[in-house]
Design a protein around this ligand. Structure first.
Ligand code: 3EB
Length: 332
């Protein structure tokens, strides 16, 4: 519904209705991300990604990544990707059955991505989305989200200072058999933004995972004249603890407080031209229980504004006591 096309930028993101002509890939398209019951990459056009999360509601359907520079494409192992002089956009889809466990699958994915970044010279991961089945299920004594954290950490180069270069991320549970990861990397570094209300995830105590979650709360990047802010999946966590365990609306309120705090921090640290969550270009609200849609939607409408582009997706959240999570993106 909302187009944020900016002809001077080298990377444009739009949140579009079904039926919008820009949702059909052309030579300027990096990816069209949509949602449905099963994760897939269109075998006839690998720019069309479907994330295996059912849409509950929303005023947009397609997240479209476009670029007005020459785009080339390639394959590296299981990763298909597109690239320009400045950026690399890629995706990987794997069958859960192909690996013994989540830890090894994740390690494989992250090592493959890092190899590609090295060989093509896009050293800076800015934003990554991780969608995998049954995130809260326990296998071999470890919750799958925690095994994911272990595999991701093992793949990373954790030499001194690595924490300052972690991307913004989301990690959400699907209920199909496929794992889909997609990402944006760059030749130039972005700027990490952490949230003063929350402990950095990479510093969490080990009660949440044997190896800490390797992501930043947000990443700021400039593309030509445009500025972008990629806000990670944000939950009702203060410090490192879950708040409002059984209360959907108070969790939602806390997510938005966290996002507003991140935006204020981005204003201090990067002088970004956005004041609050209501000005974000697009939001995704991941709900563990679709029955809470009405409550969530009326809260969002009151707190933000009816025109803010929001999609509500049915997904599992990485801690059993989290009922929802919100991510956002801003493009000037
Ligand atoms: C949290 O703040 C909530 O492991 O990549 C949010 C976004 C969360 C990304 C990840 C986890 C991740 O800890 C969970």
């Amino acid at each position: 519904m909302t187009s944020v096309e900016n002809n001077n930028g080298v990377l444009n993101i739009s949140y579009l209705d079904a039926g919008d002509p820009l949702a059909v890939p052309d030579e300027q398209t990096l990816a069209v991300v949509s949602y449905g019951t099963e994760s897939s990459i269109d075998p006839k056009d690998d720019r069309r990604l479907t994330v295996g999360l059912p849409v509950i509601d929303g005023n947009w359907q397609h997240e479209v990544w476009r670029c007005n520079e020459t785009i080339d494409s390639g394959m590296s192992g299981d990763i298909s990707y597109r690239y320009t002089d400045q950026l690399l956009f890629g995706q990987i889809l794997l069958d859960d059955d192909a690996f013994n466990d989540m830890e090894h699958m994740t390690r494989h994915i992250y090592e493959s991505i890092l190899n590609l970044q090295t060989s093509r010279d896009y050293p800076h991961m800015l934003r990554i989305w991780n969608y995998f089945p049954w995130i809260n299920r326990v296998a071999d004594g470890l919750e799958r989200y925690r095994a994911f954290c272990v595999g991701r950490y093992q793949a990373l180069d954790t030499s001194s200072g690595y924490e300052q270069h972690l991307p913004s991320a989301s990690a959400i549970g699907t209920r199909d058999g496929k794992t889909l990861v997609y990402f944006l990397a760059s030749r130039e570094a972005g700027k990490q933004i952490e949230n003063p209300r929350q402990m950095s995830a990479f510093e969490y105590p080990d009660q949440y995972s044997p190896k800490s979650p390797a992501f930043s709360r947000a990443m700021y990047a400039r593309w030509g004249d445009a500025e972008h802010l990629y806000i990670s999946g944000t939950a009702s966590i203060i410090g490192h603890e879950t708040h409002h365990r059984h209360d959907y609306i108070r969790q939602l309120d806390e997510c938005l407080n966290n996002i507003d705090a991140l935006i204020s921090k981005s204003r201090e640290e990067a002088d970004i031209g956005i004041q609050s969550a209501a000005e974000l270009s697009g939001l995704k609200v991941y709900l563990r229980h679709p029955e809470y849609l009405e409550h969530a939607r009326s809260y969002i409408h009151d707190r933000l504004d009816k025109a803010t582009p929001v999609i509500y997706l049915h997904g599992d959240i990485c801690r059993g006591d989290l009922l929802l999570e919100v991510e956002g993106l801003y493009s000037s």
